[in-house]
Design a protein around this ligand. Structure first.
Ligand code: NAD
Length: 437
């Protein structure tokens, strides 16, 4: 069974289904289709499915031109119908893994995807989970259900593995194809089948000892980032009290050719990974009475950064004899990081909420994320940055350092800018009205 499936994969005869066609699933589906497989994307969003089938990409890292070519060649299509799973040899699950309101893992999307594919799953298939999740998910939510509910034998007649997605949206160098792919199987046979799939389409595959190890790899990577960002944010808070320019300190430390890796302070962390993934790990660890103090501390520090920014802005306005209440504030950049449109967990959204709560008049400008839905369910549109607009605001808050901003122009027009990213100084733009976080 294992050899037959590997044989189909090696000669690209295997049919692939990717479940969840978002930031992770669509680039993966495109890469697999590009390498010669026939791929079907299954998504519950009719809109996403219609756009994919029209060759119109909704994910920044996939061009419509590339997608359209694959769709027209019959190598890639999308559907809302899970029945496509019945025809597949390999299935990859890329659905969201958010947190609940109480910051516990919300694995309901994985459960829903498994519920959807279960009626169609059969012997001879490979199923790989790619969604970031706590160690044990692949075994507990997928392998065990296949055995209990379908009578399948994992590692003998069906193969189950975990392979974390490491996509970095907007990164022009590292993409799904050239970023090494970590793979761990529920059994060694599962690992081997999964390895064969990724090795045919991607540049490098790195095998680990089990699905649980592979799940933990992703959580270490993002915990590393969350903790280091937490460290540098706390460092910035200290430098602020000591009246030391933290940005200069980091730049100088970065000249050390070994043993130092720069991380930068900011208004808080965002995106679907760094704010959430470490909490999947600490949640699981608590079940064995282990408390991840670094994760808790970093979550606390990073989560409170928007409040620090708010206080800094209030102090700056106070110096100008202006109370926060009633001030007109323009947030520059609402996406969670530069040059992309992703708003998920963005600190800009929290700042918008906090400023509104304090009685400010708040607008935002973002050339990529041009609208968002507020907590009250209202669609808020990006304010066009026409000449004279900046002058009408008491302060601009640079939250996201998009390349597209005219930094010199902003410095000239804005009455006051609180720059949370050191974006102006980095570009050699300065002025008495530009203040770094
Ligand atoms: N975005 C990133 O940068 C990134 C990077 C690495 C890992 N990840 C992980 O990858 C996973 C997916 O994240 P994403 O950013 O692609 O999410 P996303 O929200 O962009 O896409 C998820 C897609 O799944 C679809 N979906 C939801 N429930 C479904 C169901 N039951 N059946 C079929 N489709 C369903 C949604 O409609 C959506 O199109 C998450 O676990 C995330 O942590 C994300």
């Amino acid at each position: 069974m294992q050899d037959v499936l590997i044989g189909k994969i090696n000669c690209k005869d295997a049919k692939i289904v990717v479940i969840g066609m978002g930031y992770v699933g669509l680039p993966l589906a495109v890469e697999l289709a590009q390498s010669g497989f026939t791929v079907v994307g299954v998504d519950i969003s009719e809109r996403a499915v219609a756009r994919i089938n029209a060759g119109d990409s909704h994910v920044g890292d996939v061009s419509s031109e590339r997608l359209g070519r694959l769709v027209r060649a019959g190598k890639l299509r999308a559907t809302t119908d899970y029945a496509a799973v019945a025809e597949a040899d390999a299935i990859s699950i890329c659905v969201p893994t958010p947190l609940t309101k109480t910051k516990d893992p919300d694995i309901s999307y994985i459960t829903a995807a498994v519920d959807g594919l279960l009626p169609y799953v059969h012997v001879g298939q490979l199923i790989v989970l790619e969604s970031t999740t706590y160690p044990g998910t692949t075994e507990e939510l997928i392998a065990e259900r296949f055995e209990k509910e379908k009578g399948l034998k994992v590692g003998e007649n069906v193969f189950v593995a975990f392979s974390p997605e490491r996509v970095d949206p907007g990164n022009p160098t590292w993409n799904t194809k050239n970023t090494p792919k970590v793979v761990g199987g529920v059994t060694p046979a599962c690992a081997e089948v999964a390895r064969s799939l990724y090795a045919t389409a991607l540049d490098k595959v790195h095998m680990v000892g089990s699905a649980r190890e592979a799940e933990t790899v992703k959580l270490l990577e993002n915990t590393f980032r969350a903790v280091n960002i937490g460290l540098v944010n706390e460092f910035m808070l200290m430098c602020d009290r000591l009246e030391i320019d933290v940005w200069n300190v980091i730049d100088a430390a970065s000249t050390k050719p070994f043993g130092f890796m720069p991380f930068y302070p900011g208004p808080g962390i965002g995106g679907h990974c760094i704010p959430l993934d470490p909490l999947y790990l600490s949640w699981k660890a608590k079940a064995v009475d282990f408390y991840n103090r670094f994760i808790e501390l970093a979550t606390d520090i990073n989560g409170n950064m928007p409040r620090f920014v708010l206080q800094r802005l209030a102090d700056l306005l106070n110096d100008r004899e202006k109370p926060l209440k009633g001030s007109r504030i323009l947030i520059l950049g609402m996406a969670y990081k530069a040059n992309i449109a992703d708003l998920r967990e963005s600190p800009g959204l929290e700042l918008y909420r906090l400023l509104r709560q304090k009685g400010c008049w708040v607008e935002f400008h973002d050339p990529h994320a041009t609208s968002f839905v507020s907590l009250l369910g209202k669609t808020v549109l990006s304010t066009p940055l026409e000449s004279g607009v900046l002058e009408t605001f008491d302060a601009a808050l640079l939250v996201t350092d998009h390349q597209a901003f005219d930094y010199a122009g902003i410095a000239q027009e804005a009455r006051l800018v609180l720059d949370c990213r050191n974006a102006f100084a980095k570009r050699g733009v300065s002025g008495p009205n530009i203040v770094k976080l």
